[in-house]
Structures are given as C-alpha cells and as structure tokens.
Write a protein that binds this ligand. Structure first.
Ligand SMILES: Nc1ncnc2c1ncn2[C@@H]1O[C@H](COP(=O)(O)OP(=O)(O)OP(=O)(O)O)[C@@H](O)[C@H]1O
Ligand SMILES: Nc1ncnc2c1ncn2[C@@H]1O[C@H](COP(=O)(O)OP(=O)(O)OP(=O)(O)O)[C@@H](O)[C@H]1O
Ligand SMILES: [Mg+2]
Ligand SMILES: [Mg+2]
Lengths: 255, 255
C-alpha cells in the first residue's frame, strides 16, 4: 500500500524542491517505487529532473481541473523506480477555477486513489498555504517539512504546524507530521546551531537526526537537469540525502 | 508626489523581505519619507522591524477587505522617516474573500490614493503570483526584483517579467520594471558569476550595478527585530544596501 507525503513549508526557498528530488532519488535507489508530483506553478521540480517546458503540457493542472488520470500524465525519468508528474503556469489559475466546486480540496486525493503501483508518492508544494497545498495535505499520509536553519523560517513553523493539525482534524484524519528536516545547515554558524537547538527543544523526536548541510553542488545540479545524487554522488549534500532516505524509510517501517 | 514599488519575485527565499527592510531603512537615512507595507501572510517584514504578533491586529488585511484607511493602520517604527503597515495570517483568506468583487485587483491602489505624506512606498510581496501580488503591481509605479544568484531563481525571471508586462498593458499602464538586484551573491562561486553574466546579458541596464553579497549579519538581524543597518551598520550587507539606496535614488531622480 502506497504512502503519500507533502513536502511543505509556506516559507520560500527553504529546500522543498531540492529535498523532493534528492530524497526521492535516494529512496528509488533503495528499490522503492517512487512518484514525484510537482505542485508548484514555477515548475522547479520538473526543471530539476531535466524536463523542458515544452514537455509539460499535461500534468498536475489537468489532474486537478479535469478528470485526467495520473497514469495519463506521468513521465518516466532516466532514474530507475522514479516517475514524475510535471507542473506548468496553468496552475496559477487553479485557485479561481476551483473556487466554486464543492470537492475543490479533494481533487488530488480522488485522483491518487486509483494509483497503486508506487510505494511512495512525494508532493513538492509551492511556498504558500492555498488550494494547491490544501489538496496536497488532504491527500497525504504525512507532511515532511524542510526547515532552513534561519530565523524567519523558524518563525513560520508554528503557523504551518497549526495548519497541519487543522487539516488532520477536518479534511484528512490520517495526516500526521512525518518530520522536520534541517536544511542549508552550517555548523560553523551560530544561527544554524541556535535554530537546531530551538527546534529540537520544541519538537524533539519529530526532527530528523540527519541534517542537510549547505553544499554548492546541490544548487549546481538543477542547471544540469539532474538530481545531485546523479550529478555528484560523492558530495556532502548527496551523502546527507542518502542518510535522510535511510532514516526516513526506517521511521516509516519500510523493509 | 509619492512613488510606489513592489518588491516582488514569485520564487521563494530570494531576499524580498531583507531588501524591503534594508533598502527602506537606507532610503529613510537619506531623508526620504518611506512607508513599508507587509503584504505577506507570514508577516516577516513586521517581524524584521520588531513588531510582535499581538500588535498586528489591524494592517493590510483590513485595508484590502474593508475600507480602513492606511492612516488608521500604520505604525511608527523607531527609525526616523520610516513607517510600517503590518500583515497577519488573516491575509490567507483574502483570495476567496475578494473573489466575487469587481475591483478586487484595485483595492490597494484606491487605498493609497489618499496617502500623500511619503516620498516612497515599498510593498513586500509574498512568493506567489496571486491576488495579493496583483494588488501590489496594480498600485505600483515600479517593480523591484530581488534575484538570488541561483539557477531556479533565474529560471523564474522570465515568467515574472511576462506578468509585469501584462499588468502594465491592462490594469496599470504606469508600471515598469525598476530594476533587478542580485542577492546572496558570492563572487568565489561559479554559479553566482554565471547567473550575473546571464542576467546582465539578458537585461543590460535593468540590472542594478550594486550586488548584495551573502552576509550572515543580514540573516541574524531579524532575530533582534532590527534592520541590518541598525544591527550592524559596518557589515558588508549593510554597506551594500546603502550603495543600493544611492543607486536606486539616483535612477529614480531623487534630489
Ligand atoms: N543544502 C543546500 N545547500 C545549498 N543550496 C541549496 C541547498 N538546498 C537548496 N539549495 C538551493 O537554494 C535554493 C532554494 O532551494 P529550493 O528551490 O529547493 O527551495 P524551495 O523551498 O523549493 O523554494 P520555493 O519556496 O521557491 O519553492 C535553490 O537555488 C537551491 O538550489
Ligand atoms: N544577502 C544575504 N545574505 C545572507 N542571508 C540572507 C541574505 N538575504 C537574505 N538572507 C536570508 O535568507 C533568507 C531568505 O531571505 P528573505 O526572507 O528576505 O527572502 P524572501 O524572498 O522575502 O522570502 P519569501 O519568499 O519567503 O518571502 C532569510 O532567512 C534571510 O535572513
Ligand atoms: Mg520549490
Ligand atoms: Mg519575504
């Protein structure tokens, strides 16, 4: 039975897309069958996996607004066990287009019900709390929260946790916080160390032990259309995402 | 006569809030009368200027959804010549609340018509292209675009420039691109250098000569509720924002 996760944080630029791509790739390398879904009109996940804009004509927009099946929209990537549903800027119109339909928050959940050939599905969310992230959370078993080790990012965490709690007590009772992962962490920098202390003090075991360090190779990889794990599997960023995948799969009880 | 600018980029975490606070403070130090408006439900601008959440009860949400006047919502900061309108998470409901009203894109423009005691107004936008950023662009003379020197950020630039052009040919004919400012720039890093070459090649004189370097003091300042210019006026980040203010005021023909 598949497990669905929203990679979510309304704070911008905290590493949601980078985490979705590299954690997804590392899990696929552990023989899990993984589907990544780009939920962001910017389409960064699609770019990071090398899909040019002309190949994004059908994707998540069609799934949310018409009854197109996931199976009809997904693309195979060059990475074994890893498939992708792309996004384009048609998504910008979704909030208005769905505003009058009763099941507007449950479109993705319904579309994913018929999909059964994956072990894990990761949803890369935009930096917002809107109808798109609502669809993601309503469809998910867990919320995976990348947290940049910076002050503004820490401040937004309590608003996000409140939103996750309210979704799980209304629209989706199976939703839980799967964990918070510290990103762009620099152990020489007081702010990073301080944020880690604060968030472990506040959330304890809900914070992954694995931290993702700031590593330039992670931000170079997207310009080659490759996950960092393929672009440079020896760099500290790739190693950290492999560790994160192991820790994540263990926590989720994967073989 | 006042000039209004949207500090905007739908890519998250590129330095919009950091630029609004520090450019605004540097302009106020040059004796310009400046109003900063927080347009983001995260309220990072309000935090960065030291306003605790309990003092954000009335702000931009009230201006957009009821006919509260700007003069009734603004707060004086401890910085001479710098005032602030705060934001809170009530803003999350604005997209739906305004969806049925005809003038939904022009609420801010109308509210700002009656405000005449400022030289410059800066609007700190959320990382999205939605009704909030539409209100900001519809009310603005110019769009100021912070651009993180990274691949995903560069990729989103053309979508943003398209949006600015389409707003200026429909809702607001006076809107122009005021300039792109490179942020978190690291001259030792190839990616930064490459992005600068690409964007200057593509946009020429529309890119400010001043670049904002990556500087940890800029990200420490918000935890003290102070602009970096006050927290540490000697650091490279503060100096860069002072240079940016000079360049910006010169381009805009300020005394
Ligand atoms: N650990 C890291 N070290 C260095 N750079 C990183 C790291 N993680 C992400 N980056 C870079 O930082 C920027 C922001 O990351 P990313 O785009 O993944 O964040 P995001 O949360 O998905 O952003 P958005 O809110 O816009 O969707 C990108 O340019 C990315 O390449
Ligand atoms: N030049 C810089 N050097 C180092 N850190 C910076 C710099 N500019 C901004 N930061 C830090 O990077 C993070 C992102 O910046 P900021 O929050 O200003 O971006 P934003 O575009 O407003 O984000 P959002 O899209 O969430 O609104 C913050 O933690 C900030 O403190
Ligand atoms: Mg992203
Ligand atoms: Mg911001």
């Amino acid at each position: 039975k598949k497990k669905i996760y929203s990679v979510i944080n309304q704070k911008g630029g905290v590493g949601k897309t980078t985490t979705t791509i590299n954690l997804g790739t590392a899990m696929a390398a552990c023989d899990a069958k993984v589907l990544l879904i780009d939920m962001d009109p910017q389409g960064n996940l699609s770019t990071g996996l090398g899909v040019p804009p002309i190949n994004r004509a059908t994707g998540i927009y069609n799934i949310l607004t018409s009854n197109k099946k996931i199976q009809d929209c997904l693309l195979k990537t060059e990475i074994p066990n890893l498939d992708l549903v792309t996004a384009n800027d048609d998504l910008l119109g979704v909030e208005i287009e769905l505003s009058s339909s009763d099941d507007r928050a449950l479109r993705l959940k319904k579309a994913l019900e018929g999909v059964n050939n994956y072990d894990f599905i990761l949803l890369d969310c935009p930096p917002a709390l809107n109808i798109i992230t609502l669809n993601a959370l309503a469809a998910s078993d867990g919320a995976l929260v990348p947290l940049q080790a910076e002050f503004y990012a820490l401040e937004g965490l309590s608003q996000l946790l409140k939103t996750i709690k309210s979704i799980s007590s209304t629209v989706n009772s199976r939703l839980k916080l799967s964990g918070v992962v510290l990103t762009m962490f620099d152990k020489r920098n007081n702010l990073s160390v301080q944020v880690e202390e604060d968030v472990r003090g506040y959330l304890g075991g809900d914070v992954f032990l694995t931290k993702i360090p700031r590593n330039i190779r992670l931000s170079e990889a997207p310009s080659h259309g490759l996950p960092a794990l393929i672009y440079d599997h020896k760099c500290t960023g790739s190693k950290a995402y492999i560790d994160l995948a192991r820790e994540f799969l263990k926590r989720e009880g994967w073989k």
